[in-house]
Design a protein. Sequence first.
Length: 169
Amino acid sequence: MLTLSMFKAFSKFSLMALIATLSCQQQLSLPSLASSTLSAGLTESSNALKGASPKYPLTNLAILENAFRNRVSNLQVLVSGRVISLLSDDTQGDRHQRFIVKLPNSQTLLVSHNIDIAPRVNRLRVGDQLYIYGEYEWNSRGGVIHWTHRDPNRRHINGWISRNGKVFR
């Protein structure tokens, strides 16, 4: 049994590898996204991106619920959510497109998408269904997903956002 103290003791990447192993990790299938395979708690999804075959694995929602409850951060995740609110861009430092998505378990997440590195998710609307691959950080409102773009310094896993088969990274 993995206790909270053991959980906190692992380094970020060791922890992600451990969770992925415990959850029977599967890799993303598209070669263009092959660099984005280290993920926390993946499970096979019945949802697939439009035009993409085979299916993408999604992070198990129980892992996100647990991360929120226990104030855990630095988890690489792949989630599917519906846009419920569009926010103004954050223009302090690097510019970020911001919006809130609601997951199937009703958890809400702020998405902070760096538009100085990646293209804006154009014509984004409330109700749009998205797939988001990035890093989860805890906050009191459900969490934030950032690093939804490539890393020009090649020190972080590349993230992305997909809507209707178009990938923004």
